[in-house]
Design a binder for this molecule. Structure first.
Ligand code: ZN
Length: 334
């Protein structure tokens, strides 16, 4: 009997425990149910330790971010260098608080360095024009080839990346800027031009500065002309106009030019040596005011304009000789 009552007690005890367990399970299910109704499972997203938002699909969001960072937007953005990737943590978010994938995406991608993609049209490997699209660069090159631009076989296209967008050109502007016309050789001119006087093509540093010897109209420039190779610059001015020394120096010649002195045809001429390399000539003068051996300063009146020697009118023939060779005065003055 004692055994039976013990067993009864035991069964009652187990029943109690089971009841309590059932109540507990139901309670848990209820609580979970309530949570499930009022909350949703999401991921909190943080960047550099700071929560920047919530997403329900971390895989899709991270894939979108990865694609953008690696391959840009398919337009002008090539790729993005990002220092920190976002971190995801499971969390329950109260209903009503929205996930914000777009905002997270923007924050992550804008936290890095954006590299823009563009194309350079090159001529002999020198970048000449920038455009956004490869097709535009291709169109520029093709148009120049069609127009038979002389540089068309030296053109190329290079893909470029930069953190700052380039200054883009329109196709039309780039074509017109890059176009080089083929020089047409006129066949009827069969007589060879006279041996052209060639001064140094590069501007030589004379070591002196010049002032204008007279003010007037340029009537003939340095270089080739019909009757001779013009070694100076002609400045037309009325007879008697004061001629000032363009630079200071020592007078090495003052007189009438003739075969004997090397200034044949120059008429009344003053030659002033300014330094070991530079001598300046003033020719076809009416009157000469300086003598050989005299030193003159810049701006000093040395002669007056005339038409002596081989000359067709009143003018100053202004000639600069560098180490004995006439060079173009307009590289320095006028
Ligand atoms: Zn002249």
């Amino acid at each position: 009997m004692i055994k039976i009552s013990k067993l009864k007690k035991c069964i009652i005890g187990i029943r109690h425990i089971v009841k309590i367990l059932i109540i507990l399970v139901v309670a848990i299910i209820l609580i979970l149910g309530i949570i499930k109704i009022t909350h949703k499972q999401t991921y909190s997203v943080s960047l550099n330790g700071e929560v920047i938002g919530y997403t329900q699909d971390k895989v899709a969001l991270q894939k979108r971010i990865n694609d953008y960072i690696n391959s840009g937007n398919g337009e002008n953005i090539a790729f993005v260098e990002v220092n920190e990737m976002p971190e995801y943590e499971v969390c329950l978010l109260k209903n009503g608080i929205e996930t914000n994938d777009q905002e997270i995406f923007d924050k992550v991608t804008s936290s890095g360095t954006t590299y823009y993609k563009y194309y350079a049209v090159t001529e002999e490997n020198e970048e000449k024009a920038y455009v956004k699209e490869f097709a535009d660069a291709e169109s520029i090159v093709n148009q120049l080839k069609e127009k038979k631009s002389t540089n068309s076989d030296k053109l190329g296209i290079v893909e470029k990346y930069s953190t700052t967008p380039a200054e883009y050109k329109t196709i039309e502007t780039a074509v017109s800027e890059l176009y080089k016309e083929k020089k047409v050789v006129v066949a009827k001119n069969t007589t060879k031009p006279k041996a052209q006087y060639t001064g140094p093509s590069v501007k030589t540093d004379l070591g002196i500065s010049l002032v204008k010897p007279v003010s007037g109209v340029i009537s003939s420039r340095f270089g080739i002309r019909s009757r001779d190779n013009h070694k100076g610059l002609d400045i037309a001015a009325p007879k008697g106009t004061a001629i000032k020394a363009a630079a200071s120096g020592t007078v090495i010649f003052s007189g009438y030019g003739a075969n004997g002195n090397g200034y044949s045809g120059y008429g009344n001429t003053v030659a002033i040596k300014s330094n070991s390399s530079v001598t300046i000539l003033y020719a076809h003068c009416t009157s000469l005011y300086v003598k050989k051996g005299q030193t003159v300063s810049q701006g000093e009146v040395i002669a007056s304009v005339g038409s002596t020697g081989i000359s067709t009118g009143n003018h100053l023939h202004f000639e600069i000789r560098y180490n004995g060779k006439a060079i173009d005065p307009q590289n320095y003055i006028y």
